[in-house]
Design a protein around this ligand. Structure first.
Ligand SMILES: [Zn+2]
Length: 118
């Protein structure tokens, strides 16, 4: 079940998150992608730990402001603890990663079918 969507007027304590956002120093940087196309990214400045947490805090803040909480889903694999933001058109993504949990599920289903066939 996805986290509840914040409602208008719903008071949230954002002070702790703001502390990380204020400590996060970054600068815009031009980079070339693998095809040589220019893209604008941001590079962290300052303390490495604060910079790492600052980037996470910024992603959380963006999610709180712009995100649709109904698209936040928990990976369906029983051994996985990850959550993801479902950006698929059909909104039917099941796995945090098809290459990891999706394939683990497929392999388990294949083993189950193979045992049943013997
Ligand atoms: Zn997973």
């Amino acid at each position: 079940m996805p986290p509840a969507q914040p409602k208008q007027g719903d008071a949230r304590d954002v002070d702790a998150l703001n502390e990380y956002l204020h400590a996060y120093l970054s600068a815009p940087q031009l980079q070339c992608d693998s095809e040589g196309k220019l893209m604008l990214t941001r590079t962290a400045r300052g303390d490495a730990i604060v910079s790492m947490l600052g980037a996470v805090a910024e992603a959380v803040a963006q999610l709180l402001v712009e995100g649709d909480f109904t698209l936040i889903k928990q990976c369906e694999h029983p051994d996985c603890i990850l959550w993801f933001y479902d950006r698929t058109k059909a909104r039917k993504r099941w796995w945090c990663s098809m290459a990891l949990c999706g394939n683990r599920h497929k392999a388990a289903q294949f083993r189950k079918r193979s045992r049943a066939a013997v």
